[in-house]
Design a protein around this ligand. Structure first.
Ligand code: SF4
Length: 211
């Protein structure tokens, strides 16, 4: 059994059946929420989008929104000038609001990179999607699942190690595990359920023992 699938099986057993970080379920609103989630927390996005969608509930209304007003509403998410420009431009590109269901079409939208597109493909359309964010990248590297550093290279490497039907769930359970256990600063290797198969465990445990 390969390392990726062993990790999948173990984390699948101990993870909640459904993992969602963003509140919005409507495809258009979900897409906009993911664009806004770059370099901020999901908690802030979930607060900001309540106000944003109360005023601009769909693609046509956000497409014709005043830039300054949108900037003001989404200010807490950071990088608000670029994000406001992108979400208005993406809304214009979407026209009536139908969100595409392919990587190729999604990544043509303003502000939509592979990570954002993968979130939409996996969450909304139930399609195979490896979502590489900072948590996912850190965990799969530490676990020796990949040696790649670039997000797209990590995505393609991991995708090649697991059947497509596991991709989205694997992304979510690894992401959650990174947030709860395999922290960036002090991973909880002592109690980690993967410490017997993790090539990084010994070095972290050694560091902790010396402190
Ligand atoms: S043993 Fe430590 S480094 Fe390895 S996956 Fe677990 S928490 Fe992360």
């Amino acid at each position: 059994m390969n390392q990726a699938f062993e990790v999948y099986k173990r984390l699948d057993e101990i993870s909640p059946p459904e993992i969602r970080f963003l509140d919005e379920r409507d495809p258009f609103r979900f897409l906009i929420s993911v664009i806004l989630s770059a370099r901020t927390t999901d908690r802030i996005v979930n607060i900001v989008t309540k106000d944003l969608f109360a005023k601009y509930p769909d693609a046509p209304s956000l497409a014709s929104a005043d830039l300054k007003d949108v900037e003001e509403i989404i200010y807490p998410t950071g990088f608000y000038r670029n994000k406001a420009k992108n979400i208005i431009a993406a809304s214009k590109a979407l026209g009536d609001g139908d969100v595409p269901d392919t990587m190729e079409e999604l990544t043509k939208l303003p502000g939509v990179g592979r990570k954002t597109a993968s979130c939409v493909l996996g969450d909304i359309y139930d399609k195979p999607a490896i979502i590489v964010d900072t948590h996912f990248g850190r965990v799969v590297q530490r676990l020796g699942i990949t040696e790649e550093k670039d997000p797209t290279a990590i995505e393609l490497d991991v995708a090649g190690q697991l059947e497509g039907k596991y991709h989205y769930r694997f992304s979510m359970i690894v992401n959650l595990f990174g947030r709860t256990t395999c922290h960036a600063k002090r991973p909880q290797c002592e109690t980690c359920p993967l410490n017997d198969i993790c090539p990084s465990a010994a070095s972290f445990l050694d560091q902790y023992a010396k402190k």
